[in-house]
Design a protein around this ligand. Sequence first.
Ligand code: URA
Length: 233
Amino acid sequence: MRLDKFLCEMKIGTRSQVKTYIRQGLVTVNGTTASDAGQKVAETSDRICFRGQNLQYCRYVYYMLYKPKGVVSATQDNRDKTVVSLLGSCQREDIFPVGRLDKDTTGLLLLTNDGDLAHQMLSPKKHVDKTYQVTALYPLREDEKRALEEGVDIGDAKSALPARVEVLKGEKFLITIQEGRFHQIKRMLQAVGNQVMELKRVSFGGLHLDEELQPGEYRELTAEEVYAIKSSL
Ligand code: URA
């Protein structure tokens, strides 16, 4: 890859900042001061230093995003803003969201370039928990709760699998499912005669939405969080 792209991906600065650093002689490749921002480097085998510090390339990156409303869970879209664009312009080109949240759903979305992890987290065989906080039109009645816990017919060939439900207050409750069908929670609520007014994902595969994040903000996962996800699969 190009040297300026490498430096950008390593979060040294924007494309124009890293070009300045290269002009200032702050970057070396295998001990030689670099002068060409377009120089091709081998990210895993070349020794690239900035201000004398060796930059270790990470093959995979993992981000937790607090998805806001109005943004689509895609890498590219002709009409709407995408979740990937919220990471800013200085990002790797191979990052994608792990699964989808509807445009009007908020909350935890994992973004990565680790295709294997994504595949496993989305595999129905892995039974990965996804917990949503629902604000419904009406407070959840006991019979509605029971129906969701038993598995409701949402119009597909197979009923939704049993969910875990924890009523919070008024119209709010938590629901945990292990599937990821299209509009699943909305259809489950409809099936019991209620309706989703607000939907927020608060956890995914043991990963909890960081309460420090505001809608639209993101942070990298810690090594412990990545380890915990991988070992739960
Ligand atoms: N269920 C839905 O209905 N929408 C989502 O975005 C996620 C789960």
